[in-house]
Design a protein around this ligand. Structure first.
Ligand SMILES: [Zn+2]
Length: 192
């Protein structure tokens, strides 16, 4: 419904009213969009009962604002992995020099890393067919150090307005066989 409403625009008042009525029970779970830098947002949305948190840059075209490829999509678990690593990441930023090479797996193909540039890179990775190394894709967002603090504040704001996002636990597996089937922990099969 919401997609159809978006396509025809808000001029069709009757369609909008109908959509609001049918989605009223879901109001508590409505989209949250918080700006942490110019044209950069953390966006929480729930679709088909699945929560997603995008950290994404938008571009302005005409009067509209559209998501770009510069960003990552986090599940609730990946967001938890990220917030649990804030201290580590901050320590890496504090000690950063030309040898810094920190990378932490958030889930599926998504990693957070701190390298020699002053900031945090959130990015999807992949393994090209027949290769052994996990490589960054173009799908991701580099967050300069001063934006990083704003992003952390906005994540805290999001968690206080949607407390259930903080309730989730990190993946814990009892044994190797269990972990092998987890696409969050082992998106590339054997590789960590
Ligand atoms: Zn897992």
């Amino acid at each position: 419904m919401s997609r159809a409403v978006k396509r025809v625009g808000s001029s069709l008042r009757s369609a909008k009213v109908k959509s609001e009525r049918s989605e009223r029970c879901d109001d508590q779970q409505g989209e949250v969009k918080l700006m942490f830098a110019p044209n950069r947002y953390i966006v929480f949305s729930r679709f088909n009962n699945v929560d997603h948190i995008h950290i994404r840059e938008y571009e302005v075209k005409g009067t509209g604002q559209y998501p770009t490829k510069r960003g990552v999509c986090l599940t609730v678990k990946r967001l938890k992995m990220l917030t649990n690593r804030f201290e580590d990441i901050d320590e890496q930023l504090r000690l950063q020099d030309e040898t810094t090479n920190y990378k932490v797996h958030l889930g599926a193909g998504v990693y957070a890393s701190v390298g020699t540039f002053k900031g945090v890179d959130l990015r999807r990775h992949w393994i090209p067919e027949g290769q052994l190394e996990i490589l960054p894709t173009k799908s991701g967002i580099f967050i300069p150090r001063r934006q990083w603090n704003c992003l952390k504040e906005k994540i805290a704001d999001l968690l206080s307005s949607r407390p259930h996002l903080a309730d989730v636990e990190e993946c814990l597996h009892q044994n190797q066989l269990d972990i092998i089937d987890c696409r969050e922990c082992l998106p590339f099969g054997w590789a960590m």
